[in-house]
Design a binder for this molecule. Structure first.
Ligand SMILES: *Cc1c(COP(=O)(O)O)cnc(C)c1O
Length: 362
């Protein structure tokens, strides 16, 4: 017997019914350049050492609820300033959710530039908050005047700034971020998911701005499968936000694996360096394709514009050639003719470029 749709409609909150679930395509046999994953695996001997550690993990025990050893390693690896508190999440997505849970009240506002990471809106709406976006400038830089006006008008509880931004790859000007930090009445979360691929960061500036929180993740540095993110900021804020965390949110396998990975962080750093080199090559190669305009990126992906009206068709032609990228054509007016490609291994990037050249000329 299936549930009565009337009952579903009666009990599920209207905000939730209005949402469309986050869609993740099936990977299958594709060259997967759609999700900002690090394309490299670990060397075989590292995998063996990791498996030796996993053998010792006690799955019958609850994890350390404070993940103390892992947190200490993360503090060092990510150069967290002394005196700042760290809260871990099951991916930074969970931390965005904890932030929303900690501040949500009817009428409260979450504010971000547009386009940006879609989870800010999704989570704000699930938490029953109002989401306000401010269009980015033509070149995807922050429109500072418009942002400051919107902050004044809407008095947001949280401003989210992805730094560098997803899906544009733009690194906002530090001076604009500083101006937002000074004028925001509530929290400003600088989301540094792409920190491995840029030299810019607000981490060392946490002590300067009392309303600044920095969000990091191990996902884009090569551990997306582990689901581990961290929120960093003053203990006055973090102590409150930590109360919304479920006690054992970082499981034993993630704790053991992340600790092992951080002991071998040099391997991940080398992969990030390689990705940055290949990003520059891919950017140049994209920009010489007829009718293609690639936007400069400080992340491990590149947003590119294709001839008007062809994004959907080119996406499908790439998929027919077993290359999966992200089609942003449905993600708002500004991205109408845009696709986003993650920087893969050199041979994957070549395969993508060849497939795109073929699709363009067809
Ligand atoms: C990918 C991404 C995240 C998600 O990180 P997880 O730790 O995997 O949940 C957060 N912020 C931005 C801007 C991202 O692009």
């Amino acid at each position: 017997m299936s549930p009565d749709p009337v009952l579903v409609q009666r009990w599920i909150r209207p905000e939730v019914q209005a949402l469309t679930a986050y869609h993740v395509p099936d990977a299958g046999q594709y060259i997967k350049l759609d999700a900002m994953e690090n394309p490299y695996r670990w060397p075989a001997e590292l995998v063996e050492q990791w498996l030796d550690i996993l053998r010792t993990v006690e799955l019958n025990r609850y994890p350390d609820p404070g993940a103390k050893a892992l947190t200490a390693q993360l503090r060092e690896a990510m150069q967290v300033p002394d005196g700042m508190q760290v809260v871990l999440g099951n991916g930074s997505d969970e931390l965005i959710q904890m932030l929303a849970l900690a501040v949500a009240q009817p009428g409260r506002v979450v504010l971000s530039p547009d386009p940006t990471f879609v989870m800010y809106r999704l989570i704000a709406e699930v938490a029953g908050m109002r989401y306000q976006s401010v269009p980015l400038a033509e070149d995807f830089a922050l429109d500072l005047d418009a942002t400051l006006r919107a902050i004044e008008q809407h008095q947001p509880a949280i401003v989210f700034l992805a730094y560098p931004n997803n899906p544009t790859g733009t690194l906002f000007e530090a001076a604009a971020v500083e101006a937002i930090l000074r004028s925001a009445p509530g929290l400003v979360v600088v989301d540094e998911a792409y920190a491995p691929f840029t030299d810019a960061s607000f981490m060392s500036r946490l002590t300067e701005f009392p309303n600044l929180l920095v969000l990091r993740t191990v996902s884009k540095m090569g551990l997306a499968g582990l689901r581990l993110g961290l929120l960093i900021g003053a203990p006055e804020w973090l102590g409150e936000i930590d109360k919304t965390r479920l006690p054992y949110n970082i499981n034993v396998l993630t704790q053991a694996s992340a600790q092992f990975a951080l002991e071998h962080k040099a391997v991940l750093d080398e992969q990030a360096t390689q990705i940055r080199i290949d990003r520059a090559r891919l950017f140049e190669a994209l920009n010489v394709l007829p009718g293609v305009h690639a936007y400069p990126s400080d992340a491990n992906f590149i947003l590119f514009r294709v001839p008007a009206g062809r994004a959907g068709e080119l996406f499908e032609k790439l998929r027919d050639q077993h290359v999966l990228v992200k089609n942003l054509a449905g993600a708002g007016e500004r991205l109408r003719d845009c696709l986003r490609v993650t920087v893969g291994r050199p041979e994957e990037n070549q395969a993508f470029l060849a497939a795109l050249a073929k699709a363009l000329s067809a």
